[in-house]
Ligand binder design. Sequence first.
Ligand code: ZN
Length: 293
Amino acid sequence: MSSLRLDRLLTLCIFRHLRSDVPGRGGFRLPVLMYHSVSDRSEAGVSPYYRTATSPKVFAEQMALLLAEGWEVVSLKAGLEALRGGRATPMKVVALTFDDGFRDFRSAAFPILRQHGFGATVYLPTAFIGQQPIQFKAHECLTWDEVRELHQAGIEFGSHTVNHPELVRLPWPEVEREVRDSKTEIEQRLGARVTAFAYPYAFPRAQRELVGRLRRLLCETGYESCVTTDIGRASAGTDLFAVPRLPMNDCDDAELLKAKLAGAYDWLAVPQRAFKTLKRLMSWKGGTNEGGN
Ligand SMILES: [Zn+2]
């Protein structure tokens, strides 16, 4: 890796030494890893911070590391149960999540997860899940038959809206439809309750009124959690409708993954929030659903 990468540099050179967790101190933290595609797709022109593909080879290495380091690898639901103390909580629990419902989850990721007995949660944008594979972001998505088969094998499925829109740009009735219809469709297809939601694109944490309305909508619709692209690990005090995650891609070698799991990447939440606020202020035009009903 030759490109200059400030997040990696600061994480490994400074924050790893400051923030590494000491078991028993600071309470139980749940790292929730955020994957997208597990494929060999090249992202050569994309900054490592923004890449979303993990090659099957690197993914296998990452999973082997979790196993070797004694992590219990679970779905989001099981991870949040551990966080709430609903069962005897081992210190090293990590939840795996996969956004966008890509078909390579089944062909590349699932065989490795099954081999290790790991759990995972997959978030589906339901408009792209069909009887035949449908393309989304130049990847094929799972079909409903494949979703059913994976569900029977123990994979948890959650909603990632219907059309994967930027919810902040939609009139509120459309936000409601995206949240409700995706849940209903997955539940009907699987004959099982859906309680997990993944917010598409950047989470509008600074827009408190909007985040509050979204939380109420998700609660009323029967969701129990919402994961976001905000960086960090979840703690006992984390709002379950704004769960931070750790973004993963092909650049996460053993050193960086271990640092992320130990909390040495959490510092990025502060500049990430500041950057989002700045971006929002600079592009402020009004006209989003924030003020509507
Ligand atoms: Zn997505």
